[in-house]
Structures are given as C-alpha cells and as structure tokens.
Design a protein around this ligand. Structure first.
Ligand SMILES: NC(=O)c1ccc[n+]([C@@H]2O[C@H](COP(=O)([O-])OP(=O)(O)OC[C@H]3O[C@@H](n4cnc5c(N)ncnc54)[C@H](O)[C@@H]3O)[C@@H](O)[C@H]2O)c1
Length: 253
C-alpha cells in the first residue's frame, strides 16, 4: 500500500522501539520520513536501515530551539511537512511514596511539553490535510498503581490532543491520540512473569511495535479523514474490562 505517498513526516523518538516501527511503516507506505531522536546514533541507525527516503535528525523534544531546527531540517530535506508523530516518551514507574518531584517534572517535559512544542513548531509549516498523532498510552486512559507520574502525563496528552483538534480543525489539520497497552520494545524489561500476565487479555499476548505502527499509519493517512480529537486504543483489550487488574503494573506503560 502507498497510503502516505507524497507525504513528509517527522517521527519523534524514531530511534526507539515503537518509533522505529512507525518510521519503517511510513516509509513502506511511500512517505518521506525524518527520524527525530535525542539519541542521534539511534536515529542514524534507523534511517540508514530504511533507505534514502528516511533522514535522521537530532531532536530534544523538550527544547523549542531544537524543534525549530528539526522542522527546518525536514522542510529543507524533503520540501514540506504533512505529518507529525509525537512519540518520544519517558517512563519511570514508581509508587507514590518513592516517586520524586524530579520524576514528575522530567516526565511532563518529555511526554507533555514535548508534544506541545512540537505542535507549535510544526503548525506554520503544515498545510491543510495535515495530521498530528500523539502517542499517549493505555495508562492515559485508566488508573494504574505505580504509574501516577507517567499516567498523569499521558492523561494530559489527551487534553492537548482534544483542544488542538478543536482549534486546528479550521485549518484542515487533524489531531488524534494513540493509546498502546503493553508493547514489546527493547528498552522495556519484560520478564516471564510479565509475559504470563498478558495471557489474561482478550488478545492473550503482549503487543508488537508494528501493531501500533499500523494504527498510526492509518491516522497519518487520508483514510482517517473523518477522525479527529479522538483516542485510538491498541491494547489487546486491556482496558475493556476487569482483566486490566490481572496484568499488574510492571508490564505496562
Ligand atoms: N512500550 C510500551 O509498552 C508502551 C505502551 C504505551 C505507550 N508507550 C509510549 O510509546 C512511546 C514510544 O515508547 P517505546 O516503548 O518505543 O520506548 P523506547 O524507550 O523504545 O523509545 C523512546 C525513544 O524516545 C527517545 N527520547 C527520549 N527522550 C527524548 C527527548 N527528550 N527528545 C527526543 N527523543 C527522546 C529515546 O531516545 C528513544 O529512542 C512513548 O511515548 C511511550 O510512552 C509505550
């Protein structure tokens, strides 16, 4: 399929597990992609693997000047910007007793300030028909013990998404959020215990980054032209009912 032919996309956290899968899916769908990550080596490695339609850029999503540079570099390299995927994330699970103020500040900086700055930086360059996808989390949909800090930031992403959708509709730009459940990414330690917990889900296993990428590609494409301000869950049914409790805290982000 070439649903993204002619589109240029920025994928933040593009060097990570879900971000690299989104970048690969976008490239396969015909997009030109900027893999934007604070870890330049990872961004370079992902871009090198995906070919000439994919370029790396070093981006710290918490910095407005860094965003300006990334957006300028994207327009310079590929001539425009049609899709922004705010996917970079920071995850430090901790019970309230040991969670720190620094954890909260850092989590908000990456998970909430990042998408906010990204939307502001992209706006001036994004034409009618543009699409912004914010990667929140299942933890942004329901309460989870041990995730007060992380979940607060991911709930906040929903508010940003809805308000942005209301504001940017007049410009023909759509804004949606995606809510992955437990996804098997390299940086998350999924022990056998955690894998066993996922067997209680309606889809009885952990998810793959490619399954999240498929949803993000739909939202980036014109196929989702009537979808905006909405929340799209990719969680194997984790949030559908009381099975949520069976999966525990450690295996979820
Ligand atoms: N893996 C899961 O189970 C899961 C579940 C729900 C939501 N999510 C969300 O999906 C997104 C991707 O998660 P992942 O599992 O691929 O994580 P990951 O750790 O594999 O990748 C995250 C990437 O973000 C980059 N990053 C971190 N801080 C950054 C910054 N300041 N600026 C730019 N890049 C930065 C990292 O370098 C890394 O490449 C995150 O927003 C995460 O919260 C993940």
């Amino acid at each position: 399929m070439s649903r993204l032919h002619g589109k240029v996309a920025i994928v933040t956290g593009g060097g990570g597990g879900i971000g690299s899968a989104i970048s690969a899916r976008f490239a396969a769908e015909g997009a030109r992609v900027v893999v934007a990550d604070v870890d330049g080596d990872r961004a370079k490695a992902v871009a090198a693997e995906l070919g000439a339609a994919v370029a790396p850029v070093v981006l710290d999503v918490t910095s407005a000047p860094s965003w300006e540079h990334a957006v300028d570099a994207t327009v310079e390299a590929f001539g425009g910007l049609h899709v922004l995927v705010n996917n970079a994330g920071y995850f430090r699970p901790a019970p309230l007793e040991s969670a720190t103020e620094d954890d909260l500040r850092r989590s908000f900086e990456v998970n909430q300030l990042g998408p906010f700055l990204g939307i502001k930086a992209a706006l001036g360059r994004m034409p009618e028909g543009g699409s912004i996808v914010n990667v929140s989390s299942g933890a942004g949909m329901y309460g989870t013990p041990g995730l007060a800090v992380y979940a607060s930031t991911k709930f906040a992403v929903r508010g940003l998404t809805r308000c942005a959708a209301m504001e940017l509709g007049a410009r023909g730009i759509r804004v949606n959020s995606v809510h992955p459940g437990g996804i098997d990414t390299p940086m998350v330690n999924r022990g056998p215990e955690s894998a066993a917990a996922y067997r209680a889900l309606p889809v009885p296993r952990i998810g793959s980054p490619e399954e999240v990428a498929a949803m993000v590609a739909f939202l980036a494409s014109d196929e989702s032209s009537y979808c905006t301000g909405a929340e799209f869950v990719v969680d194997g049914g984790m949030g559908a009912g009381p099975m949520l409790a069976a999966t525990g805290t450690a295996g979820r982000r």
